[in-house]
Design a protein around this ligand. Structure first.
Ligand SMILES: Nc1ncnc2c1ncn2[C@@H]1O[C@H](COP(=O)(O)OP(=O)(O)OP(=O)(O)O)[C@@H](O)[C@H]1O
Length: 637
């Protein structure tokens, strides 16, 4: 069995890497009694202030962007002149010269754009540095503050994971900010170049183009806020779903062990529904985006074509008309598309990330998030699995098991009966299949052939613990004890108590005393003390697991080297508690003492497997004799 200690603690940390945890941040802020600032408010104003503090960079950016405007202007104007003065006037050389001028404009524009990137970097890198400084500073502050915080909280808060996640968000913020600067700047200068060009070609063109363009921009501006909010809601819902799934996947073992599948499924389904709703709302508002693009980018083209005869009659040349169409289709429409998508998407993302960074929460990365309490298993109230008088606790008939179709069988045709009050020890060399047998008996593995019955009922692996099924008939303590971050009570009850009722304290305290773990309970600080699995020794974890299993109503207990980390006296105390509580006991024996306490011993040894009393096996099983000789000096046997 794999190591399970501390799984829940780990599961709680860091959900969806770059996708962060806004919900947690808010929950924690609420828990801490502070009210988080709305993520949306402020980033735009803060961004503007940031820009205004860098006038020189802004001027340089504007200067280089003028080249871009000049390139846009040259594009339509040169085409119009090439047509009107060159090709349509029978002077192809002049036409080609104008086209060459347009090509030169293209090169100059590209050169300007390259310089623009440098200036954008000069804006975004300081932003990044500033955000990183804040994030790391806050992370260190929290790390120092977390010193002395007991348990996972302290360990996680002081870890670098939170800072690493937030610095990744800083990268997202920087990229989104750079994108926003680029698209906004590009739209402004492209618009300026195109309007100047249209005016230079024929002012009448502006009468056709400007009204729909202005209407499109007005629709976009009017719906931007709502659209950004929907976009932000969708991002948050998407992140929360990713966080929920990430946590669930990391905590699968805990979830299964606690029987919390239904609760986790419900929680994930709620997130999926929330994300679907957010996506629907965003899609509805996407219509506004399409409307803005249609009005501002496409309608002017249609109007120019429809009104072409009228424009030509009123002195607009064919070349000017072609130039105007070039402005619209090659410059304005792409710039408007970038603006609409850029401001709606990158803008919302930037607002979310900046808002979150300003909430400033390395703490938000689940370091101190409350652990999902384990869902306790229902406790069987009647001995439903006991099958009636004379029915054995455990029966194996011709059981064969292999870990794969091509693997050699670990068990082959095994027959075994453990009476309802029987006490069986299973021994054998390492790798003989003792743990495999324990898992088969517990219904956690399915035999390749043969049949296994518990109290007369066939053993079937179950999707979830059922008090009327396997959980009501057997309890298994595996080699590695399962202990999670939570109170002692939660650790005890995760296998036993139904969600709607609790075991009395006297039963819990009695279980500790019965298995010889009373001193451990007192040292931990009682039932409400929080257990840190990492701070327990392996033997202490085993004692806790003994106490938990002792509380189980299941009449068959299967102990798979469950006391291997205890000293012999403590192991005997724990084992004998199970013998006293009644029912059947199967012990995968770690020491000869366990075998000596059993009624019968199963020696697993492939084809030479034997079952009998200690004395019988000493007679007939050379392997058993060897094992016994290896366990203890002959004089003590
Ligand atoms: N999950 C698995 N997949 C494939 N093979 C496995 C798996 N678990 C165990 N085995 C193999 O099955 C055989 C029996 O393993 P098992 O753990 O049951 O032995 P064991 O008698 O309990 O050993 P030990 O005393 O060392 O715990 C071994 O050869 C082992 O390598």
């Amino acid at each position: 069995m794999a190591e399970t200690t501390g799984a829940t603690g780990a599961a709680g940390t860091g959900a969806a890497e770059a996708r962060s945890e806004p919900g947690e941040a808010r929950a924690q802020a609420r828990a801490a009694g502070r009210h988080p600032a709305p993520a949306q408010r402020g980033p735009a104003r803060a961004g503007l202030r940031f820009l205004l503090r860098r006038p020189r960079v802004l001027v340089a950016l504007a200067g280089w962007s003028v080249l871009e405007a000049a390139h846009t202007f040259a594009l339509g104007f040169a085409l119009a002149r090439a047509l009107d003065d060159g090709f349509l006037a029978g002077r192809p050389a002049l036409g080609l010269a104008w086209l060459s001028a347009a090509a030169c404009g293209l090169l100059v524009g590209a050169w300007g754009t390259a310089r623009v990137y440098r200036q954008v970097a000069a804006l975004t890198e300081p932003l990044r540095d500033e955000l990183v400084r804040r994030v790391v500073g806050r992370g260190l502050y929290d790390a120092v503050a977390a010193v002395g915080v007991p348990g996972d909280a302290g360990q996680d808060a002081s870890g670098t994971g939170a800072v690493s996640r937030l610095t990744h968000q800083v990268e997202i913020a920087r990229d989104s900010f750079a994108g926003l600067v680029m698209v906004s700047r590009s739209f402004v200068f492209t618009l300026a170049g195109a309007v100047l060009g249209l005016f230079a070609l024929a002012p009448l063109l502006l009468v056709v183009v400007v009204p729909p363009l202005a209407a499109g921009l007005a629709v976009f501006a009017g719906t931007l806020r709502a659209l950004a909010r929907r976009q932000r809601d969708f991002l948050v819902a998407d992140e929360e779903l990713a966080r929920e799934l990430g946590t669930a996947v990391r905590a699968l073992r805990d979830v299964t062990a606690c029987g919390a599948q239904a609760a986790v499924r419900g929680s994930v389904e709620r997130r999926v529904t929330a994300e679907r709703r957010a996506a629907d709302a965003l899609a509805r508002w996407g219509v506004a985006r399409a409307l803005a693009l249609g009005l501002g980018g496409r309608l002017p083209v249609v109007l120019l074509l429809v009104l072409a005869p009228w424009l030509l009659r009123h002195g607009v040349s064919a070349g000017a008309l072609a130039g105007a169409l070039t402005y619209l289709t090659q410059a304005l429409l792409p710039a408007l598309q970038s603006l609409v998508h850029g401001l709606g998407g990158a803008g919302a993302r930037l607002a979310v990330v900046i808002g979150r960074l300003r909430e400033g929460a390395p703490r938000e990365c689940a370091a101190t998030a409350p652990m999902t309490p384990p869902l306790p298993l229902p406790r069987e109230t009647t001995a439903s699995g006991q099958g009636g008088p004379g029915v054995p606790a455990l029966e194996l008939r011709g059981v064969t098991f292999a870990y794969g179709p091509a693997a050699a069988p670990v068990l082959s045709g095994l027959d075994l009966t453990v009476p309802a009050d029987g006490r069986l020890a299973v021994v054998g060399p390492s790798g003989a299949g003792k743990s495999t047998l324990a898992l088969l008996a517990a219904g956690l593995l399915r035999p390749s052939a043969g049949e296994i019955r518990l109290y007369g009922a066939p053993v079937v692996p179950e999707q979830r613990p059922d008090p009327r099924g396997m959980a009501g008939r057997r309890v298994l303590i595996p080699q590695e004890s399962y202990v999670f971050t939570g109170t002692v009570r939660e650790n005890l009850c995760c296998d036993t108590a139904p969600p709607d009722s609790a075991l009395p304290d006297s039963a819990l305290l009695g279980a500790f005393e019965a298995v010889g773990a009373g001193a451990l309970l007192r040292r931990l600080g009682g039932l409400e003390a929080v257990v840190d699995p990492v701070a327990l020794s392996a033997g202490e974890r085993q004692q806790l697991a003994f106490a938990r299993a002792y509380l189980s109503p299941a009449p068959l207990a299967v102990l798979d080297e469950a006391g291997s980390r205890l000293d012999p006296a403590a192991e005997e105390l724990a084992e004998s508690a199970f013998a006293r509580r009644g029912g059947a006991l199967v012990v995968i024996a770690h020491r000869i003492s366990s075998a000596l306490r059993a009624d019968r011993v199963l020696v697993l040894d492939g084809p030479r497997t034997r079952c009998g009393t200690h004395a019988e096996l000493l007679e007939c099983s050379p392997l058993y004799r060897d094992l016994v000789a290896g366990w203890a000096p002959p004089s003590r046997v």
